[in-house]
Design a protein. Sequence first.
Length: 135
Amino acid sequence: MDEEEYLKLLEEAYKKLPQTKGSAERFEMPQIEIAYDGNKTIWKNFQKFAEVFRRDPEFMLRYFKRELGAPIVLDGPRAIIHKKLLPQFIQKKLESFFRLYVVCWECGKVDTHIINVGGHKELVCEACGATRVIR
């Protein structure tokens, strides 16, 4: 077998391999941006997380109100938390939200959405089809 024939066979073999996505498939969580105004904590890029997670900002707001134990209001792309909190504390709660309401518990992908089924919510994975009841 000569080199040209070998390269032709190699090219055909590569065409038969399943196509995979490169690093674009990998999910990277944005960095949280925090500022302070007196006793208030301003989460400057709250809306960006809602977009990246593909979650309703109001749904996220209810979770963070409960978890942070403070009133929170949306102000455009920002969330104003009426309590002074450390960024590390907010980051921990954000990671908890991510695990509970974004990432698939079965395959680990972030291609999920939330649906209402018979009075309860379910996290549905678009990648593997797994479903899980969420609170």
